[in-house]
Design a protein around this ligand. Sequence first.
Ligand code: DHB
Ligand code: FE
Length: 279
Amino acid sequence: MARINASVYTSHVPAIGAAIDNGRTGEDYWKPLFAGYDYSRQWIAARKPDVILLVYNDHASAFDANFVPTFAIATGEEFQPADEGWGPRPVPPVKGHPRLASHIAQSVIQDDFDLTVINNLDVDHGLTVPLSLMFGQPEAWPCPVIPIAVNVVLYPPPSGSRCYALGKALRRAVESFDEDLNVQIWGTGGMSHQLQGPRAGLINAEFDNDFLDQLVTDPEALSQKPHIDYVRLAGSEGIELVMWLIARGAMNDQVEQKHRFYHVPASNTAVGHLILENH
Ligand code: DHB
Ligand code: FE
């Protein structure tokens, strides 16, 4: 059977993608940020996932205000990098895993989570920047990726507890797949940031570090945090952090923390990163 063995959590700032694509990772501003992922690139090269379930949010690239699914899964063969206004990122297309994705859709929907099923999806920085941080600049991404998109852009986003429960349903889905696969689940976005209005530029390192602590040690309690706390304390875009609870919900209660990194700022955002393993 397939198993979720590990989870990765990371911010997804577009300027990080631009720094990689334009050969600027060695600059003083960027060096400390990329140094925080040195361990991660070695770790993932050794772990060689067969498939990644990549939980991310679209930023009005594939969806717009006409069509905003709360939770969606992409079941296609291949996903192109989205044009976010300055041309698509020069990264490889993302290969999907239609058989596992369709199985997950069936399992999770019949387990009372109404996922939207998408066959044709362009993937924006929310998905491609985490891949670049973890894998660098390969000719092709080393494994298939199943995009799981979450609405955190248009009010109302799903609650933390709903996200945490979806993670548990995703785990049941993976474990009922008939092929032996080493699966990872990634939760992306965050940490504290606000891109708009009078509080633009807001960062809350204390909130972020408490979130990292609690995500590892007491995710159940963390999942009860109300939206308004994210918005007030972590900024309007800090709500992206609810996606980390989906990945954490798919893991064991007790996990081994392999890596933790926190860095301020990258563009307007506090960057957080965790790697957790199941045993
Ligand atoms: C930034 C961060 C994001 O999460 C995003 O989606 C867009 C921009 C930023 O910090 O610039
Ligand atoms: Fe974002």
